[in-house]
Design a protein around this ligand. Structure first.
Ligand code: SF4
Length: 699
């Protein structure tokens, strides 16, 4: 057995360090890296079984495949054939319809180097901004809110704040299942400090509630009302930090007027919680020396996602709980490298190093650095807009890399119909499992975790290096290499990198002088130090931002925003009277193309189900274990009912992982979800769809 090789888990944004042991036969074993600052040797069930996803190559795509006509099957071809034909098709579409007729849809699971080259390709050389990723479905509301409040897409704190906080508000998240190792740190902090108060706001009683001192079981969509009510009590109790507000923020007086408009009694009724619970939560926050908030999709995946995020960040700004140990708003990243993707500008409205597409000076600077075509000022299509554009014919060719939209898109039957209308579909993938492959004209086999090197950035801005440990099967190639080979087939200069490290060097050069400056960083430092939090100055990372209370806004003041508390979701009706919310289960990851291969991970929950309150079930003559149909105007789902009293009445829950099984799409939660978008972040409203549930009687 060789000495273990160090890498990072490729699932969630916690970013745990992993040691990979490889024996003489090439067999892998994994364990948590005891020296990694994130997980200190721990791994969750998904991380512990990662090696099986690499060793089992039975589902892997081994060779490029292509078809010359939709009615013909794909055939094995060489890389040159696949990329030359794709380059010819893209060139012809661009010439005939313009650069905005092509798009790249990528993933928060791509490495930073991969994101960098695909972003450079389309924005800097093709001349369109049509690149977006599945991170749009996950983090974009948090990004928008950080930018509006703090002047930068930057998580202020660090995981070490967990151990220093004395009040943690977990909002719209179930980290016990979805960010398990981070949650173990919260559990350990609670065990070490019984005075630590944990508040969870969620319409469901989740595993995370098991250590909560207070569970605010709010009605779906009422997060802003809740946060405003807590803000009001903090003001009334004199628990705001007047000195901090005066010196370091703007917008407070308008905020105070705005939150005073709704009484606490009224707010409690809207949220569906006790008045006393609101006072208790506000009291704990107000008395805390360190107040931290952790949140994910319950706030982000909403038609009012940006406002939900801002309303929570406001609680930190009025109490001065930011930029100091144990304090700060902390959005938990869903995917392992959503943050790294944004660092290189991998969204349709961004440029590298968080530069703005809307700023002509930024566009010029990047264009001169890349030496390509003029960068278009027109924002590109976002994740869901790409499918709208396929549907109405504006978009002709789409390149889907490392993501499975036919499970993960909202209103997914619409997305599937739209994809069928595409003139040309490229799918760059590791596995033959994703549904998207059915519609692929070209399939490009990609290397998986341990088969390529690069970097990722976790939820606390921590950049980790991932080394190549095993060879990819067949002819599979690293994603960055595929994109670079294609760019060269298109005739573009500047994609002849000798290594991944060369790509990284170019990326870090572009960060010089920006808020996320890592210009002194390289692979050697990352290998030696294991990980570094950006920005990186004078040989040191930055665990905590805003310690001087100067924010990245023009005046250096954080902005307290004021707005109404409407959730903007679709209305319930007599026909569709229940709220559907969707989410993850403990042992599966996204659309299961990796975790679905591991039998051990099916032992926890092996099939899709509907969680429904006993009273809602009884009123519909539904018993636990019955097959039920969940419907709305967009589609239907048919699964087993799990009747419980841990979900709010009037709310039902479906896990989001399952797609089609053979030709049956009736386990696919996103058949029902809504394409309503937050107007700022363009993030869809996955957590609120109006549905009906009935018992299914076999015909
Ligand atoms: Fe991987 Fe996340 Fe589990 Fe850590 S908590 S092992 S990063 S899935």
């Amino acid at each position: 057995m060789q000495s273990p090789l160090k890498t990072t888990c490729c699932y969630c944004g916690v970013g745990c360090g992993i040691l990979v042991h490889k024996d003489r036969q090439g067999k892998l074993q994994v364990e948590g890296d005891p020296d990694h600052p994130v997980n200190k040797g721990m791994l969750c069930s998904k991380g512990m079984n990662l090696h099986y996803t690499v060793m089992d190559t039975s589902d892997r795509l081994l060779y490029p495949e292509m078809r010359y006509h939709r009615n013909l099957p794909r055939q094995r071809v060489s890389w040159d054939q696949a990329l030359e034909r794709t380059a010819a098709v893209f060139a012809s579409v661009i010439q005939k319809y313009g650069p905005d007729a092509v798009a790249f849809y990528a993933s928060g699971q791509c490495l930073t180097e991969e994101y960098y080259v695909v972003n450079k390709l389309i924005k800097g050389f093709i001349g369109s901004n049509n690149i977006d990723t599945n991170s749009r479905l996950c983090m974009s509301s948090a990004v928008a809110a950080y930018k509006m409040a703090l002047g930068e897409d930057a998580v202020p704190g660090t995981y070490e704040d967990i151990e220093k906080a004395d009040c943690i508000l977990v909002a719209g998240a179930n980290p016990a299942w979805c960010h398990p190792i981070l949650w173990r740190r919260v559990e350990a902090a609670k065990a070490a400090n019984p005075q630590l108060k944990i508040i969870v706001s969620d319409p469901r009683v989740t595993q995370s509630c098991s250590i909560a001192d207070l569970h605010l079981q709010i009605n779906p969509g009422t997060d802003i009302v809740l946060h405003h009510a807590i803000g009001r009590v903090l003001i009334e109790n004199g628990d705001v930090d007047a000195r901090f507000i005066g010196a370091h923020t703007e917008g407070y007086l308008k905020y105070e007027t705005s939150v005073m408009q709704r009484s606490i009694t009224e707010a409690a009724a809207i949220c569906g919680v006790e008045v006393s619970a609101l006072y208790e939560a506000a009291d704990w926050i107000g008395k805390a020396d360190g107040f931290m908030s952790l949140w994910t999709m319950g706030l982000n995946q909403s038609a009012a996602g940006t406002h939900k995020n801002l309303s929570l960040i406001n609680l930190h700004l009025i109490t001065g709980h930011i930029g100091k140990p144990g304090s700060g708003p902390f959005s938990l990243t869903g995917q392992p490298n959503a943050m790294g993707g944004r660092e290189v500008g991998g969204l349709s409205n961004l440029l590298p190093a968080h530069r703005l597409l809307s700023d002509p000076a930024h566009r010029r600077e990047v264009q001169q650095f890349w030496g390509g075509t003029e960068i278009s000022a027109k924002p590109g299509l976002t994740a869901t807009e790409m499918f709208d554009a396929l549907q109405d014919g504006r978009l002709k060719a789409i390149w889907i890399m490392c993501t499975n939209p036919l499970v993960s898109q909202p209103d997914v039957r619409f997305a599937e119909a739209a994809l069928q209308k595409a003139k040309y579909v490229v799918v760059q993938e590791i596995s033959s499992r994703p549904e998207t492959l059915r519609y692929a004209d070209v399939v490009l086999p990609a290397a998986a975790w341990t088969e390529k090197e690069g970097t990722m950035t976790n939820a606390e801005r921590r950049i980790s290096y991932l080394g190549k440990i095993t060879d990819a099967p067949g002819e599979a190639l690293p994603d960055a290499e595929i994109i670079c080979r294609f760019a060269q087939k298109m005739g573009y200069k500047g994609f002849d990198y000798a290594s991944m490290e060369d790509i990284y060097k170019e990326h870090v050069q572009l960060t010089a002088g920006t808020n996320i400056d890592i210009s002194g960083l390289n692979y050697e430092i990352l290998r030696a130090q294991r990980s570094v939090q950006w920005p990186y100055h004078n040989g040191k990372g930055t665990p905590r931002l805003f310690t001087d209370h100067r924010f990245y806004t023009g005046e250096g003041r954080a902005v307290i925003h004021s707005f109404g508390d409407d959730h903007r979701s679709e209305p319930l009706t007599p026909e569709w009277p229940l709220v559907l919310t969707t989410g993850r289960i403990r042992d599966q990851w996204h659309t299961m193309s990796k975790t679905g291969k591991v039998n051990k991970l099916k032992q926890h929950i092996d099939s899709a189900f509907l969680e429904i309150h006993r009273d809602d079930a009884a009123g519909r003559d539904i018993a636990d274990g019955d097959m039920v149909t969940v419907t709305n105007q967009r589609g239907e789902v048919r699964v087993i009912a799990r009747c419980c009293d841990t979900i709010k009445k009037g709310v039902v829950f479906l896990p989001m992982h399952w797609g089609k099984i053979l030709n049956n799409d009736l386990h696919r939660a996103n058949n029902l979800t809504s394409k309503r978008l937050d107007p700022v972040s363009k993030q869809p409203d996955f957590k609120f769809a109006a549905v009906q549930v009935t018992r299914y009687n076999k015909p």
